[in-house]
Design a protein around this ligand. Structure first.
Ligand SMILES: [Zn+2]
Length: 234
């Protein structure tokens, strides 16, 4: 179920979440994040989501104990990941550094009998998402070999996590099939040639022939996902 951010944030004059991108993020992930941010803001405009995001160069790391700093932190990771927010320590156990999806921890709190609201979000993307691609090893001979997934897939993974940042959780995912969009639960990787990672895609729907597979990127949102975001940001 979607969870709104705290009113102090939702009632900002400019409804914008600021993101602190850790300086240690790898170059490929920085590029993917930058594209994902543009994609998110474009989708926000098209679907009138009511929230945009920004990652200014002077954004400060979220204060581990207090309210200062950016609303969101974007990082990559693998294994056991720890962070501190609102004076509380968090642990994400055994995070896969090679999977096709990231993890967004929405840090929530409540006042008195009020319901839980999000105050911070910590995004982790897998350090090196891996995909199995066909490598030519001889004349008409190919082997399945693992390699790092290309930019398109990283762009998708990062943009997907920004939807979680809005306040949507795993139960809000769309399913593989005709209703799938960026917020799909489990897309199927489709590798480009071994030496062309930028042709890697994710399959969202595999309709009966002769209809073509629905693949991403390009990245799009369906009405159900857009409605959920708009609902908690109006
Ligand atoms: Zn997800």
């Amino acid at each position: 179920m979607p969870t709104p951010w705290e009113d102090s944030i939702r009632n900002r004059k400019v409804k914008q979440l600021t993101i602190f991108v850790v300086p240690t993020l790898s170059k490929p992930w920085r590029r993917a994040f930058d594209d994902a941010l543009k994609t998110f803001n474009q989708l926000s405009k098209v679907h009138k989501l009511g929230v945009t995001m920004a990652a200014p160069a002077d954004a400060k790391k979220p204060d581990p104990d207090g309210e200062d700093g950016a609303d969101v932190q974007f990082d990559m990771g693998k294994g056991d990941i720890t962070f501190t927010a609102l004076g509380q320590d968090f642990l994400i156990k055994s995070f896969s550094g090679t999977a096709m999806h990231g993890k967004t921890e929405a840090v929530q709190r409540h006042f008195g009998s009020q319901p839980d609201r999000i105050r911070r979000a910590f995004v982790f993307v897998p350090e090196t998402p891996m995909i199995t691609a066909l490598m030519r090893v001889g004349r008409d001979k190919f082997n399945n070999v693992q390699r790092e997934a290309g930019h398109g897939i990283k762009h998708f993974i990062a943009a997907h996590e920004l939807i979680h940042v809005c306040g949507l959780d795993n139960s809000d995912h769309t399913k593989y099939g005709p209703d799938a969009d960026l917020f799909i639960e489990q897309p199927q990787p489709l590798a480009g040639p071994f030496d062309k990672p930028d042709e890697d895609k994710l399959v969202l729907h595999n309709p009966p022939r002769p209809k073509p597979n629905v693949m991403s990127p390009p990245i799009f949102l369906k009405k159900a996902t857009a409605d959920k975001i708009r609902d908690i940001w109006k």
